[in-house]
Design a protein around this ligand. Sequence first.
Ligand SMILES: Nc1ncnc2c1ncn2[C@@H]1O[C@H](COP(=O)(O)OP(=O)(O)OP(=O)(O)O)[C@@H](O)[C@H]1O
Length: 260
Amino acid sequence: MSEAISLRNAAFGYAGATRVEGLTLDVPSGSAVALIGPNGSGKSTLLRGILGLAERTAGTITVLGTTPERARPRVGSLPQADTRDATLPITVRQVVTMGLYRSRGALRPIGGGGRAAVASALARVGLDGFAGRRFGELSGGQQQRAILARALVADPALLLLDEPFNGLDRENRDVLLELVRELRAEGRTVLVSTHDLEIAKEACTHALLLASGHRPEQPGHPAAFGPLDEALTLDHVQHAFHDTTVELDHHTVTTTRETE
Ligand SMILES: Nc1ncnc2c1ncn2[C@@H]1O[C@H](COP(=O)(O)OP(=O)(O)OP(=O)(O)O)[C@@H](O)[C@H]1O
């Protein structure tokens, strides 16, 4: 299979209301795609649509050769940090083990193989020795890495990372950047939403730019998709961030409308 994800005029949204539309593209297997666009352009909604968690309101989608629902056990995801509940009294080991439930079912015992997979996922993100710690006691960057271990533990063919670099210090950012490169080198496909063009340039092969609708109630739509050099041009970035001032200062997109 040469495409990890195929979209044909696909649109996604909630309760029948489309939030991102007009998506016709093939994400090559083994590519790392930077998903870039202003707040509200539908980056998270698209990632949720690929997981089968947002509603498909038009078109078709194929993920790893099948439907999003059937593909889900082979897809690892890292949701946006603000959607997580860090107050739950659970250990880091329990958080990472949850990543195995999707492929094995919550009621089946995890077994020695599962325990080894949890240990190796934690080692991979630099959290060996943290398995017994309470998740809520970790720093933000360490929590991010634990959630990434949860996304990696079931050996996914496709990884969907929603703003994984937000709020990370330099060290955590470099660990994550290197990991994205490694995951791609292993032949996995990675989609990563980010506001940081430096990250896109350092770790990604392709870019998908989303523009928001001209009015807030209008859905977002693609402004460009392709190999990084072709898609991530100043023109395309300005189109995606259309009614805002765009600066490409130190490779970071800054717009007047951005609040984060
Ligand atoms: N669960 C939901 N139910 C209804 N509408 C939603 C839901 N989640 C997001 N939306 C709406 O969908 C639109 C797109 O939001 P989305 O979170 O996908 O954008 P985004 O590009 O990821 O933005 P950000 O950069 O702020 O994360 C917004 O108008 C948002 O209000």
